[in-house]
Design a protein around this ligand. Structure first.
Ligand code: EPZ
Length: 422
């Protein structure tokens, strides 16, 4: 198992290129199931989640090849297995988004119930409700979701809202299934995340007929079949936001290349409100902090609101703000595994239900800490860059799921991160 030794505090300087989006790559990899033939995805990130998803597609009968430049080719001419095995699905919840494409292409699918994870329960009831609306028969058997449709899925008006807003992967599942359904489907309360828009654009490139892209109402006119494509994945807005916080927490200036600032308006607005400047530059932006960090309030919301996937990273940043901040997590109410670990680094945090009161402190102190989930782990690395002393971050595999060798991206900028095997 790998751990990080991180020396702090450091100053960062220079330019970093943002990778393709993990959360756009995964559903778009699933979409390749819809079209028998060889699709090529460009700018996919080199992450363990992508490798796990590739293994899943290979288990279904696809041939998957990945090169060192972020290109993945997926030949889905033959799908000779429609079961998403528990052993793979338990490692990565996003596997659930093979359900819709398998149903649409093969008329059946069995996918293990994903189960919970460090950020809380991860129900899929809205996914199943949407697929039933499209005519699928769905039941649970030995921890597996079994789905089948006798003939072809049938288009329907479907409401995908839930207690926490819409569902990103639920929208992906229903959208992909609807592209090959008979007739028209309207998805009301669809997720508007840029990753869903990227999926919809990719599907239209494959021959689907989707309109309303980027809005909470997607309209899909079913077609008989889709064609394989070559498609370029959008940049990862959560990775970009993480690097923006790296610049802010170390009182540095960084140039982010290949960064879609237009996908991050809530994040940029929040950074500017706490004294961080973000200016457009080249294919991205320059992020700089000179003065103190001002306190603020953050409420996570579905896009275009403040993304839950940057909540932990901003908590690390606001731990050093002047004054008190409040962070309310409205998407995953239990997404606070990082609170105790940041507290070990002298952050002054008090959890009250789905809110955390962040009382700014003058400095963070290095300590051994435990990574728990992808974004909480990134928050610990960011805190360690600013903390005094050597922080040891355990269970680094959580970070590798969503950040490609983060130490190889941060060290050239001035960080002092050593990856060690234990
Ligand atoms: C996607 O997860 C992302 N993952 C998550 O990023 C992200 O945090 C999340 O969307 C919210 O933006 C990928 O895209 C691979 P949801 P997803 O369904 O689709 C509830 C990361 O760090 N819900 O939009 O699984 C659910 O419990 C990951 O990269 C139901 O109630 O999230 C949650 O409270 C972590 N019933 C809320 O909706 C359902 O059927 C949003 O979940 C589905 C979801």
């Amino acid at each position: 198992m790998d751990i990080f030794h991180i020396e702090g505090p450091v100053k960062l300087k220079g330019s970093v290129t943002i990778n393709g989006s993990k959360n756009a790559s995964l559903p778009i990899m699933a979409a390749s199931i819809l079209a028998g033939g060889c699709s090529t995805l460009k700018s996919t990130p080199n992450l363990s989640d992508i490798s796990v998803f590739s293994k899943l597609l290979i288990c279904l009968g696809c041939k998957v090849r990945k090169d060192s430049r972020g290109n993945i080719s997926i030949d889905s001419s033959v799908i000779d297995n429609t079961i998403g095995e528990y052993d793979i699905v338990r490692k990565m919840r996003a596997s659930i988004c093979i359900l819709g494409p398998l149903l649409a292409r093969c008329g059946k699918a069995q996918v293990s119930m994903p189960g919970g994870c460090a950020i809380g329960d991860r129900p899929v009831d809205i996914h199943l409700r949407g697929l039933r609306e499209l005519g699928a028969k769905i039941y649970l058997k030995n921890g597996y979701i079994v789905a089948e449709v006798r003939r072809r899925l049938t288009g329907k008006n479907i409401f995908l809202g839930g207690p926490f807003g819409s569902t990103v992967l639920g929208t992906a599942n229903i959208l992909m299934a609807a592209t090959l359904a008979k007739g028209k489907t309207i998805i009301e309360s669809a997720a508007c995340e840029p990753e869903i828009s990227d999926l919809a654009n990719c599907l239209n490139n494959m021959g689907a007929k989707i309109s309303g892209i980027g809005s909470p109402r997607l309209t899909v006119k079913g077609v008989k079949n889709l064609n394989p494509i070559k498609y370029n994945i959008i940049p990862d807005r959560i990775e970009a936001g993480t690097f923006m916080v790296a610049a802010a927490i170390t009182k540095s200036q960084l140039h982010l290349e290949n960064c879609r600032v237009d996908h991050m308006m809530a994040v940029v607005d929040k950074l500017r409100s706490i004294g961080v400047t973000v200016e457009a530059a080249g294919t991205g932006c320059i992020v700089r902090r000179k003065g103190p960090i001002k306190s603020t309030d953050i409420i996570t919301q579905p896009y275009p609101g403040f993304p839950t996937d940057l909540q932990a990273q901003f908590m690390a940043l606001l731990a050093l703000a002047k004054g008190n901040s409040i962070i309310v997590e409205k998407i995953f109410p239990d997404r606070f595994m990082h609170v105790a670990e940041l507290g070990r680094m002298a952050a002054d945090l008090r959890k009250e239900g789905r809110a955390v009161i962040v009382a700014g402190v003058k400095k963070l102190i290095a300590a051994p800490v435990m990574a728990s989930d992808l974004r909480a782990s990134a928050a610990l690395v960011l805190a360690a860059l600013a903390a005094e002393g050597k922080t040891i971050v355990n269970r680094v595999y959580h970070i590798d799921r969503g950040y490609e060798k983060i130490e190889k991206r941060l060290n050239p900028l001035g960080a002092k991160i050593q990856r060690k095997k234990v």
